[in-house]
Design a protein around this ligand. Structure first.
Ligand code: FMN
Length: 342
């Protein structure tokens, strides 16, 4: 089968199996420190079509680093799911992909391996990883080819508009990724130097869509049903990917799916948002242990953003001593908000 067909087939399947059959795929973006198993499940339960692990170091897996392996913990409840790897050595990436499927996951759990060529963080780019690869398309191509050869499932690539305003090469990079065997690509419409500043460029994504025949996923600044529709209309992309818009708001997938289906959408009540926060905390702690409670502080802040009294809640959550206290604070806040809503 042609590699390009693999992406087409995957997208057709996602469309068919979607919570709103026939609507194009809406993917949860990989986010370091955020898109663990618990979060991915919350997204899938609310209409997301595909999730990714956070970026995982190919080197870390190569050297059997236990903490790195833990990042790939996948339960049956969050499929379909992809694993995202970062690395700059084609041989290590290939060996890691092969070992991933020998030791850690099955193709039933992981239906895509994504290669990160977009991360802008200096600690990543200074090693030649992430978006640094946009400056070395030949090496990037060898990495993709090696991963494709080693992988039993389709390989995708996620990258940015370019390195900086003077080096916007997403179109050429996309063609290279397609020629190297990528089944689909995701483009974030910002350069590496922009980090997260400014607005994501829809036009560059449209140009990429015109340049390749594999599916293109549009990414950047999707925070509502309206901005999701805008991404599809302005770019002609085959799917969209949401990152920051899902922080504290896994309901965004239901909102976007309703917009794509042309249906009306009723936003969650505060009680429903707080229930999602509580089930997120509980799933997170059962996966990572109660000592990891502090990781949930940022999520609580996101879930409660804009709610009356949330500043005080945040202050207390930031100094709470353990998981029990954290849960009690959120429950207490929920009870107070319910009384207010009545
Ligand atoms: C906290 C955080 C962590 C991220 N971690 C990753 C990552 O592990 N891999 C990756 O490819 N992109 C990562 N990104 C980038 C997002 O996947 C996405 O490309 C970017 O945030 C733009 O989408 P948005 O406008 O919907 O947020 C991260 C972004 C954020 C905010």
């Amino acid at each position: 089968m042609m590699k390009a067909d693999k992406g087409e087939r995957l997208f057709a399947l996602l469309k068919k199996q979607s919570s709103k059959p026939g609507t194009p795929p809406v993917l949860l973006a990989p986010m370091a420190g955020i898109t663990d198993s618990a979060f991915r499940r919350l997204a899938i339960d609310r209409g997301c079509d595909f999730t990714f692990t956070e970026m995982v170091s190919a080197n870390g897996l190569h050297y059997n680093n236990r903490k790195t392996e833990e990042l790939i913990s996948i339960s049956g409840a969050e499929t379909p799911c992809g694993v995202q790897l970062f690395g700059h050595d084609p041989a290590i990436v290939a060996e890691t992909v092969a070992r991933l499927f020998e030791r850690l996951v099955t193709p039933a759990q992981v239906s895509v391996v994504d290669i990160n060529m977009g991360c802008p963080a200096p600690k990543i780019t200074s090693n030649g990883d992430g978006s640094a690869l946009m400056r070395d398309p030949c090496l990037a191509g060898r990495i993709i080819e090696a991963a494709v050869k080693a992988s039993p499932v389709p390989v995708s690539v996620k990258f940015r508009k370019g390195w900086d305003g003077d080096n916007v090469n997403a179109v050429e990079f996309a063609r290279m990724a397609e020629e190297s065997g990528a089944s689909f690509i995701t483009v974030h419409g910002r350069t590496r130097m922009q980090m997260y500043a400014g607005t994501a460029d829809r036009e560059i994504i449209a140009r990429v869509v015109d340049a390749v025949s594999i599916p293109v996923v549009g990414n950047g600044d999707i925070f509502s049903g309206g901005s999701a529709l805008d991404m599809f209309e302005k770019t002609g992309c085959a799917g969209i990917m949401i990152a920051r818009g899902a922080q504290g708001d896994p309901f965004i997938f239901a909102e976007v799916k309703a917009a794509l289906a042309g249906e009306s959408y009723t936003p969650p009540t505060e009680a429903e948002r707080l229930d999602a926060a509580l089930s997120h905390i509980s799933e997170y702690l059962s996966g990572h242990g109660t000592r990891a409670f502090a990781d949930m502080r940022k999520h609580v802040a996101w879930y409660t953003k804009g709610m009356y009294g949330s500043t005080e809640l945040r202050r207390r959550v930031n100094v709470c001593a353990d998981a029990d206290e954290l849960i009690a604070l959120v429950r207490e806040f929920r009870a107070a908000r319910l009384t207010e809503e009545e």
